[in-house]
Ligand binder design. Structure first.
Ligand SMILES: [Zn+2]
Length: 294
């Protein structure tokens, strides 16, 4: 079998983890599209030059799959923690750019972030591929969340957004460079992109190897510090700040992941705890203008 090449460096990559036929420990995940085989974990490769990890997709229409995906109950149950994380990102964003202004959240889900952004003074809107998530957002009557995917970025008013955000989105996409260039086109020169994505060269990822929790059948790309910086620079961004993202989960979710068994008790959903083991990027980057300035 031919070894695939790194999508960023184009040098041949090395096999990092052999695939499994049953999805490994994530057999119950409905999000099993990488590799084009439902229910399996595809083989993964790692670039020896930039440290980028990737799982070649065997070609189902990724966006069509997400459009018809079933509701994600765990995502909805963790609303409280997601809103706490959103408010923390908005406070950090204000160090680089302040509202009012136009903010676009890509992969907006059920609209938790666009609602928090509106409360912070942004004219916010979202773009989301999953129909069920858009319907949830609209049912609350908050800021608009449009039904669409990364291909629809071009249909938006290019160059008019002050901020574009994409939380845990880029790792799901076939071509991260095309996505980042779309983000750059949506922003005005000097506008700020905020990204989060799992960190493949983190200590946690290296210790856990093929059993790292972020190796999921739905993820197609795993960025190292070097590969993420290279991709952003190729797409026309200047990096303003790089942090380790602090996530917030309910005690129920943390107990579930620790014990691998559902934990009962509504009170455990109400307690939200910070989690930061240094394996998730939180990156702020400015779009470089035609004259090379930000
Ligand atoms: Zn590479």
């Amino acid at each position: 079998m031919l070894t695939p090449s790194c999508p960023l460096c184009t040098v041949p990559a090395l096999l990092y983890a052999a695939g499994t036929a049953d999805g490994g420990s994530f057999v119950d995940s409905p999000y099993t599209i990488a590799g084009g085989c439902d229910g399996c974990m595809p083989p993964m490769y790692r670039c020896g030059r930039c440290g980028h990890g990737f799982a070649p997709s065997a070609g189902p229409d990724t966006f069509a799959w997400y459009a018809a995906a079933p509701p994600d109950g765990e995502y909805l149950a963790e609303e409280r923690g997601r809103r706490v994380a959103a408010r923390r990102v908005l406070r950090r964003l204000a160090k680089h750019i302040r509202p009012p202004g136009r903010l676009l959240d890509l992969g907006a889900g059920a609209g938790f972030f666009v609602e928090e952004a509106a409360a912070a003074g942004w004219f916010s809107e979202g773009l989301e591929a999953a129909r069920w998530a858009v319907e949830r957002s609209r049912s609350r009557g908050g800021p608009p969340v449009w039904l669409g995917d990364a291909r629809d970025l071009r249909a938006l008013e290019c160059g008019t957004f002050d901020v574009v955000t994409a939380f845990d989105v880029i790792e799901h996409l076939e071509d991260p460079l095309v996505f980042l260039r779309g983000c750059a086109a949506a922003l005005r020169p000097g506008g700020v992109l905020v990204l989060t994505t799992p960190r493949f060269d983190s200590l946690a990822a290296r210790i856990c190897g093929a059993r790292w929790h972020a190796l999921l059948p739905a993820h197609l790309h795993y960025f190292s510090r070097r590969s993420l910086r290279a991709a952003l620079e190729q797409a026309g961004f200047h990096i303003l700040a790089e942090r380790s993202h602090r996530r917030y989960f309910s005690a129920a979710y943390i107990a579930f992941r620790l014990c691998a068994t559902p934990v009962r008790g509504a009170w455990m959903r109400r307690i939200v705890l910070p989690v930061n083991i240094g394996d998730e990027f939180e990156l702020y980057a400015a779009r470089i203008g035609a004259d090379g300035t930000v």
